[in-house]
Design a protein around this ligand. Structure first.
Ligand code: SF4
Length: 68
């Protein structure tokens, strides 16, 4: 994706059956190639994987500080 992939946005290179269309190609982002799947991250279903992603999003969301 030319401007990067925002969190929570489906990658344009993800096929309808959730496979990376860039697998094995030079255009695949380094961050994607370096990511190693783990059972904790992937779960046993796409729903479990999505729930874990949402958990990570909440854990890494910027904190809003009110200096009031
Ligand atoms: S591995 Fe990277 S390029 Fe491939 S579908 Fe996922 S986010 Fe997109």
């Amino acid at each position: 994706m030319p401007d990067g992939k925002p969190a929570g946005v489906r990658c344009l290179q993800l096929s309808p059956d959730n496979r990376c269309l860039l697998m094995g190609k030079q255009e695949r982002p380094v961050v994607c190639s370096n990511l190693r799947p783990a059972e904790e991250m992937c779960g046993k279903t796409s729903e479990e994987a999505f729930a874990y992603l949402e958990f990570l999003e909440r854990c890494t969301a910027p904190t809003v500080v009110n200096h009031g």
